[in-house]
Write a protein that binds this ligand. Sequence first.
Ligand code: ADP
Ligand code: ASP
Ligand code: MG
Length: 412
Amino acid sequence: MPTLVMKFGGTSVATLDRIRRAAKRVGREVANGYDVIVIVSAMAGKTNELVEWVSETSPLFDAREYDAVVSSGENVTAGLMALTLQEMGIPARSWQGWQVPVLTTSAHGAARIVDIPRKNIEEKFAEGMKVAVVAGFQGISPEGRITTLGRGGSDTTAVAFAAAFGAERCDIYTDVDGVYTTDPRICEKARKLDRISFEEMLELASLGAKVLQTRSVELAMRYKVKLRVLSSFEDNDESAGTLVCDEEGIVESRTVSGVAYSRDEAKMTLVSVADRPGIAAAIFGPLADAGVNVDMIVQNVSDHGRTDMTFSCPVDQVARAEHALGEARERGEIGYEELLADTHVAKVSVVGIGMRSHAGVAAQMFKALADEGINIQVITTSEIKISVLIDRKYMELAVQALHDAFELEKVA
Ligand code: ADP
Ligand code: ASP
Ligand code: MG
């Protein structure tokens, strides 16, 4: 039997009624002759609530217990989805990550899938089960503890299952009808793309477009999974949604193809550190050990052998960063006058494979922001993207201004 992977995100399983609607879609694919692997997220808002409970209980929490708590939302929806399918007369059962098993690394909170043995699920398909409902976002470490794959990780579960089972397609059902030039919720001119290249999707995702988790795009690219994003609220035909595919499959060619943003950034500055060889290692080593994901880094001009070091990280990691740097200072590894944390910044980025062969994109971007009076605090670039850190209150304006400046509402 051909296999299909269907993933339903949080809003698509937010109520029993929505679970029923999703189950009907699954039923249609079973009727079309597929063995279906359904990957479910937790009900909308559930994971956030669990994360808040953990942080309130223990601000510098033990990541293993964090995973034990935050993975639980998916267990509920997996069981409910299996029950709903059974009520419709479709042979189905649920699987938690460890039961499959979804084998992962032991990097709690950001684990990577290492292997998904097919045996257990295949045996059930052979016995006549039509749908395996798998709790997304979770797995089991070599130490036998429950792990999670990072926020948005059910997308990665879905693509990993599609790769492991050689699925014909991996359909990601969500609350928008595809991938847009930017988040349609903050820019009404955003345009849906019929296709987007793996590389551009990878950049957009890693720069904050949460429609797909970055790692899911990496896996789809590596294992050549046919990945489609589509709405769970609309009727879809064969060509619905957005297909994420190789560059060759793209007809549109333009310099900038999308705008992404990441709202919850923080900018931290170590004031007056010694400008000596090894200082960056002495600062960023302890941050890495503490699990702080440092993104942008700027070292200021040195004055009398002292300099300021600025970096950005997710806003929910500020306490962790302060703690790690404070300890490094106490151990005498680094010295600084002050540690400033600005928790009101956001990152806005433009992405496009066309940037490789076009100069002037940065200048055009900076001008568009300047015209709106938006001050740029930090800049980073790579081959196919440019990112800036700005005051969060201008984030939406910046996204809209850049969408206009690069005329993304028009088909190229
Ligand atoms: P799910 O719960 O189904 O996984 P997510 O909230 O994780 O859904 O992802 C879908 C959301 O991603 C959309 O509601 C939209 O606000 C956001 N988004 C951000 N950037 C984009 C984009 N470029 N195209 C489509 N959606 C985007
Ligand atoms: N429920 C998890 C989250 O909210 C995983 C997911 O939905 O993809 O991050
Ligand atoms: Mg998601």
